[in-house]
Write a new protein. Structure first.
Length: 97
């Protein structure tokens, strides 16, 4: 049986240099407080490109999109976003734990 649904939010920040970075935030114990989980290591030219790339990573955290990311899910925790249009060269996902 699947474990508890993991509460993950996606947001986009704009850094001082003007680039946009997606950030995944996680909430624990049904709290409304979120902590950074992972973020783009390299920036995007536009908000839309960063949002699209972050959504691709979020989708990759779920083995089954019908039930979402679960605590006891094995594997599938991450996505390869190297070919996402608009992202700077040498991009990578940076985990923030």
């Amino acid at each position: 049986m699947a474990g508890q649904l993991i509460s993950i939010a996606l947001t986009v920040d704009q850094h001082d240099g003007g680039d946009y970075f997606w950030v995944l935030l996680e909430s624990f114990d049904n709290s409304m407080e979120f902590e950074p989980l992972m973020e783009a290591a390299k920036g995007f030219h536009t908000y839309a490109e960063a949002l699209q790339a972050g959504y691709a990573v979020l989708r990759g955290l779920s083995e089954d999109l019908n039930v979402g990311p679960r605590e006891d899910a094995d594997g599938g925790e991450g996505a390869d976003d190297a070919d996402v249009p608009g992202q700077r060269e040498d991009s990578a996902v940076r985990e923030l734990e």
